[in-house]
Design a protein. Structure first.
Length: 157
């Protein structure tokens, strides 16, 4: 399955298609809730090979890291950042609820990265505290986001 674009609910539907065992992804990121759902499906399927092409940003990094086997091409770029979003609420009680949900989503995102990589949630949180963290495919291997960098002309598993 090839997925290009923002992460949205349709990725979950696409992953559930019969015989999906390979995901080739190129994404600027997108809805973190959809990414959490897609990670659950990837883990349930158990043996999905994930290859990042071009870029895997934000929630896309979590999807790549959660694959059973994880690859990227040499020129692929990655980016992780603190969860972003604006509060559009009316009143202090709604603002409090939104703030609590925002903190929980951020915790889940960094813990998800920690679960599937070689770094802790605290490491990811600190790395992204002041600015987005950009890295290349070779660094993604060192961080444990992917298993290997494919050479051009080499198909993923």
């Amino acid at each position: 399955m090839y997925y290009c674009g923002e992460i949205e609910p349709r990725i979950i539907k696409d992953l559930l298609e019969p015989n999906t065992r390979k995901l080739i992804i190129s994404t600027p990121g997108g809805c973190v809730y959809s990414a959490f759902g897609a990670v659950d499906v990837l883990r349930q399927l158990g043996d999905v090979d994930v290859t990042a092409v071009g870029y895997a940003m934000s929630a896309g990094v979590l999807l790549v890291a959660a694959g059973a086997t994880r690859h990227a091409y040499p020129n692929t770029r990655f980016m992780v950042h603190a969860v972003s979003g604006g509060l559009c609420v009316d009143g202090a009680e709604q603002a409090q609820a939104e703030s609590e949900e925002f903190a929980e989503v951020q915790r889940l995102y960094f813990e998800g990265l920690a679960k599937y990589t070689k770094k802790t949630a605290a490491w990811w949180r600190k790395k992204c505290a002041s600015a987005p963290f950009y890295f290349d495919a070779a660094e993604a291997v060192r961080l444990g986001v992917i298993d290997d960098v494919l050479t051009v002309g080499q198909p993923s598993s």
